[in-house]
Design a protein around this ligand. Structure first.
Ligand code: NAD
Ligand code: MG
Length: 389
């Protein structure tokens, strides 16, 4: 059976990996819609190859430039928030691969859920900002959310065939990123170029920095809480630098289910878009003899405070996770822009969280309000820090 996909964030790392799978299985998937920012050269190639019905880009100027390159083609080109929401809810699409980076992924994901489409979720920020609300909407719409994040895909697989009441713990593994053993004093001076170089995965810039600060794992704890409807107090993190064990589920009888594989995002993407069947992929088999030692250690909260901010935001609840997310996005962008130093990222997040008055979330507007508030607050902090770092 052919499945019609809507791919949000098609020019990114997850987007390109998704299209790689689609191109290998043309009898199983069709691309109905694409959405991305401004990379029209790549979008033109994707349009010519996959022939989507509709493509959304960031703004009308970009749309004009793309239309000029694609004249004679049938693809409708739309722009801005309106265009993005239209692509996300496009009628012929059955499943939406949500792979835009950051808070920009929330509203289109929600629009897709409301339009009764199943979701393959890479955009973890959606779950961090509004996990409870988004899951309620998914139940209401009768759709499912399949994880693409490798840890969550591992947990999803380790849960299958078991009962949630029998789970004692969820254990997320973390590589520790490029600075796992870097002393604090040296982290002060790391450059964006060094920080985006992840030892095991090739990913977009934002998530690469999140991995270097380990904010990524803090976000993933919150993501796991909502995706699996599981209490945060029983979610743990283990450092596992080899990224072979992608995560684990521990049961009440002491049995631990771990999912393993060599790090390649096409594994979890294909599982999410083709569940419950698996696709034959050309990923090299895991060779445990040649992969060497697998090691595990507890995370160091002093070296990586962002991980504990994730737990803290989850525990406090309400608008705090959305605030954490927005402050992180602003701080990471400022670091990538050479405006603040690496260690200032955690400082901006912490200070923004500390000055926030938590509110309960009733509607998505409450989430967006908290997001905007935190961006302003973090922006002011960044301005103050600039020059001092
Ligand atoms: P990326 O930076 O490589 O790609 C981001 C994509 O989003 C691009 O196509 C870009 O054009 C698009 N985009 C950005 N802002 C947009 C906007 N306002 N409107 C429309 N499109 C916009 O990022 P990535 O590494 O592919 O990550 C995407 C998401 O997947 C993130 O939430 C990340 O945390 C998550 N994720 C990524 C990986 C990975 O291996 N890359 C693994 C797990 C989870
Ligand atoms: Mg992950």
């Amino acid at each position: 059976m052919m499945k019609n996909l809507i791919l949000l964030g098609s020019t990114g790392s997850i987007g390109e990996n998704t299209l790689d799978i689609v191109s290998r299985f043309p009898d199983r998937f069709r691309i109905s819609a694409l959405a991305a920012g401004k990379n029209i050269l790549l979008l033109e190639k994707q349009i010519r190859k996959f022939n989507p019905s509709i493509v959304s880009v960031s703004d009308s100027k970009t749309a004009d430039a793309l239309r000029a390159r694609c004249s004679g083609l049938k693809t409708e080109i739309v722009a801005g928030t309106e265009g993005l929401l239209k692509a996300a809810a496009f009628p012929e699409g059955e499943m939406v691969v949500s792979a835009i980076v950051g808070a920009a992924g929330l509203m289109p994901t929600l629009a897709a859920i409301r339009a009764k489409k199943n979701i393959a979720l890479a955009n973890k920020e959606t779950m961090v900002m509004a996990g409870e609300l988004v899951c309620q909407e998914a139940v209401k719409a009768g759709v499912r959310i399949f994880p693409i994040d490798s840890e969550h895909s591992a947990i999803f697989q380790a849960l299958s065939g078991n009962q949630k009441k029998d789970v004692r713990k969820i254990i997320l593994t973390a590589s520790g990123g490029p600075f796992l053993h870097t002393p604090r004093g040296q982290k002060e001076k790391v450059t964006p170029e060094a920080a985006v170089r992840h030892p095991n995965w090739s990913m977009g810039k934002k998530i690469s920095i999140d991995s270097a600060t380990m904010m990524n794992k803090g976000l993933e704890v919150i993501e796991a809480r909502w995706l699996f409807d599981f209490p945060g107090e029983r979610i743990e993190v283990l450092i596992h630098p080899q990224s072979i064990v992608h995560s684990m589920v521990e049961y009440i009888d002491g049995s631990v289910m771990a999912q393993m594989g060599i790090p390649d995002m096409r594994g979890p993407i294909s599982y999410a878009i083709h569940y419950p069947e698996r696709l034959p992929l050309d990923i090299p088999p895991l060779n445990l003899v040649s992969s060497g030692m697998l090691s595990f250690s507890p995370p160091d909260d002093e070296a990586f405070p962002c991980l504990s901010y994730g737990f803290e935001a989850l525990k406090a609840g309400g608008t705090l996770p959305a605030v954490l997310n927005a402050a992180n996005e602003e701080a990471v962008a400022a670091f990538l822009d050479h405006k603040i130093g690496f260690l200032k990222i955690e400082e901006v997040i912490k200070k923004t969280m500390d000055s926030h008055q938590i509110r309960t979330i009733q509607t998505i507007e409450d989430v967006n309000y908290a997001d905007q508030w935190a961006r302003k607050e973090a922006g002011a902090l960044i301005e103050k820090l600039q020059g001092k770092s």
